[in-house]
Design a protein around this ligand. Structure first.
Ligand code: ADP
Length: 260
């Protein structure tokens, strides 16, 4: 618990710091990007110079993506949870995920049947999946297989280490890869903001800390199992969307409607 508290405090401090920097930096980038665009338009008769401006433009876009990521990381309070069918979410971005990992990696989706809806922010779930898939891809330089599974889960706190007692019914999402796995020293630090083992320019070290923040804020739980040389499995327990009790009205409760 102490460890979780320290982690949360660290996340908050880093979140505030990065949020401030990312915001100001993003404003500067917007000006740079806008001017580059104008410059490119005026250079149609100078293809050699235009190429230089385009290269600068592309680098600016990359920087903008990074600041967006940083902003998303620090902007934690703006979640918009809605009842979601996780299977539909995965199917909705399956093509994007496949394109992202390339041809040497197979993505196998095993949807759970009669899956409960879960109560989470759609954008965050999509970005979480994308981040998990990117990590799996990076762990499999020679190709391999990623299995995405969903299932209804009723974990017992005693069965799943560290799982809070209030999470007695939830939807479980697992992403398993056949990649390099991680040694214990890495596994111990994966949720730390800015912790990365990837070469400079490739990893930000924000993926898993962002996911951790989102899952915990949604009232869910995340576990990672990893074996060096064999692969990694990320288990994410998301809260089930179900009966809502309206305070004050004794017998008034309503079922969150299926579908959307
Ligand atoms: P980044 O991907 O930018 O490094 P993350 O927070 O997503 O940041 O991940 C932190 C580190 O955790 C990675 O650098 C990598 O060492 C390790 N890691 C995460 N996912 C996996 C995975 N599926 N297989 C092996 N190592 C992983």
């Amino acid at each position: 618990l102490e460890e979780a508290l320290r982690q949360a405090q660290k996340m908050e401090a880093v979140g505030q710091l990065t949020g401030g920097i990312a915001h100001d930096f993003n404003n500067v980038l917007t000006i740079v990007a806008g001017n580059l665009e104008l410059l490119e338009m005026r250079l149609n008769d100078r293809p050699d110079v235009k190429r230089l401006a385009s290269a600068a433009s592309m680098a600016t876009s990359r920087a903008e993506r990074l600041t967006q990521q940083l902003l998303a990381f620090s902007r934690k309070q703006q979640l918009q949870p809605e009842p979601l069918d996780l299977n539909a979410v995965v199917i909705g971005i399956r093509d994007l995920l496949r394109k992202t990992v390339g041809e040497r990696i197979e993505i196998d989706f095993r949807p759970g049947t009669a899956l409960w809806q879960c109560l989470v922010d759609r954008n965050q779930v999509e970005s979480m999946l994308l981040n998990l898939i990117l990590n799996a891809r990076d762990a499999m330089p020679d190709g391999g297989r990623i299995v995405i599974e969903t299932a209804n889960a009723q974990p017992k706190p005693s069965q799943v280490l560290g799982l809070p007692a209030d999470l007695d019914s939830c939807v479980l999402l697992t992403v398993t890869d056949s990649g390099t796995g991680m040694p214990q020293e890495v596994l111990d630090r994966v949720f730390e903001p800015f912790f990365t083992t990837k070469p400079q320019g490739r990893g930000t070290g924000l993926g898993l800390s962002m996911i951790y923040g989102f899952v915990r804020q949604s009232g869910g739980h995340i576990l990672i199992e990893s074996t060096e040389g064999a692969g990694t499995r990320v288990l994410i327990y998301l809260p089930r969307a179900m009966v809502k009790i309206i305070p004050g009205a004794a017998a008034a409760h309503r079922q969150v409607s299926p579908g959307r």
